[in-house]
Design a protein. Structure first.
Length: 139
């Protein structure tokens, strides 16, 4: 699957990124709804990604797909908050956040119902509130 993504990325990077935005933000589903993200904000995020190095995007994808981070997670000793959407198609909840929460001792997992990978924009108010609350408790 990674190789297919790389081929598509190299063939038509703007199209690959634009079509990925639908899954990234959970667009087209009943949530988050048309009023959560404007088309301009969505296009701005796509443009930010297009400004990054194509080689860096490919190598980050390879690293995330082929590196076993479990030993590093078990060694983590700082307070850790994981925030993940249950509609994340880029990094499925059960495959990623739940396993990460189990691997990091004492970590806390918050699941945002209906949220996709781009919840930093679609759920920004809730995210900021949860981050500030976690920081206040951790200090």
């Amino acid at each position: 699957m990674l190789d297919q993504s790389i081929v598509a990325l190299v063939a038509d990077r703007p199209h690959y990124m634009a079509s990925g935005a639908i899954k990234y933000f959970g667009l087209g589903s009943t949530w988050p709804g048309p009023d959560v993200l404007s088309s301009e904000l969505t296009q701005w995020v796509i443009q930010l990604v297009l400004e990054s190095s194509p080689k860096a995007v490919i190598e980050c994808s390879r690293s995330l797909n082929k590196t076993d981070f479990r030993p590093d997670m078990r060694a983590c000793t700082v307070p850790t908050l994981l925030i993940h959407g249950d509609n994340d198609q880029s990094a499925p909840l059960d495959l990623c956040a739940r396993r990460t929460a189990q691997a990091i001792p004492g970590s806390q997992l918050k699941i945002y119902e209906g949220a996709a990978h781009g919840l930093f924009l679609t759920m920004r108010d809730r995210l900021n509130s949860d981050l500030l609350a976690f920081i206040r408790l951790a200090v």
